[in-house]
Design a protein around this ligand. Structure first.
Ligand code: ADP
Ligand code: MG
Length: 246
């Protein structure tokens, strides 16, 4: 089976700091693959390189068998590679459903509202509703973005990524700032999405990582020290010493 994503020997320095320094791993289709490592290990830098926002100094990134190392960031979503949207890019005076509909229209290169008001365009609103339902926001699609809780905004970001027909989701600490109930809801959502989508998850909440991950890659000083199952990673002496603080 061709990997959905292959990262090979990625290196990226900021001055003297080697933020990634030999990051290597594969994510298979439908796999939830967690990347863990201490603060400053290079996890966010790694995601920015996969999303195309940062250019690696060396190494390569392959997506569904294609070398995308030199593909610009704006061209990657069309391949199926979605970094979660920033809610700040949304239209606050539009409803959730309309915002997802506008993202679908943008992906399809359609002009909306010119011939037909968005509010009656079922060909956009119906699929938008399906994406909202898939992330657990289907019940009150008429709400405005400004009415959402922090946790609901993160759910909406995922709906927007799905609306771009992503096959790989890049999630950098989706549970950050969440209370117990919200992170439990996000855990349930990610559990439902994996299998259907490949997911790269960076997350500090180790309970969530151990509950969700098919495999885990441990990054220390920008370098892969281990990729393995939850049990392999939990029981690895170097991981216990370097990361779990034992
Ligand atoms: P993590 O997400 O694992 O906490 P980061 O990828 O954010 O780690 O950072 C890795 C290292 O690279 C850190 O030492 C950080 O200070 C440095 N770094 C990250 N981004 C930049 C940048 N834009 N300019 C300079 N240094 C950076
Ligand atoms: Mg980070």
């Amino acid at each position: 089976m061709t990997a959905q994503l292959s990262v090979r020997d990625l290196e990226k320095s900021f001055g003297a700091v080697k933020a990634t320094n030999g990051a290597t791993f594969d994510i298979m289709p439908g796999e939830l693959h967690a990347i863990i490592g201490p603060n400053g290990a290079g996890k966010s830098t790694l995601i920015s390189q996969i999303a195309g926002e940062l250019r690696p100094d060396s190494g390569s990134i392959w997506f569904a068998g294609q070398d995308i190392t030199a593909v610009p960031a704006h061209a990657r979503p069309a391949l199926g590679l979605a970094r979660s949207f920033q809610v700040s890019q949304l239209y606050p005076e539009f409803s959730l459903q309309e915002n997802v509909a506008l993202a679908i229209a943008a992906r399809e290169g359609r002009t909306f509202g010119l011939w037909k008001p968005l509010a009656s365009d079922r060909s956009l609103l119906d699929p938008a509703q399906q994406y909202l339902t898939r992330v657990g926001l289907g019940e009150r699609p008429e709400r405005l973005v400004s009415e959402l809780s922090h946790g609901e905004r993160r759910q909406l970001e995922i709906a927007l990524a799905l609306s771009q027909e992503a096959t790989l989701l890049l999630l950098d600490e989706p549970m950050a700032g969440m209370g117990g109930e919200e992170s439990a809801r996000m855990t349930t959502l990610l559990n439902e999405l994996k299998g259907r989508y490949a997911i790269l998850l960076v997350e500090h909440d180790m309970d969530a990582v151990f509950a969700l991950a098919d495999r885990i890659t441990v990054l220390v000083y920008g370098k892969t020290i281990l990729t393995g199952s939850v049990d392999e990673v939990r029981n690895h002496p170097e991981v216990r010493a370097a990361y779990l603080g034992e």
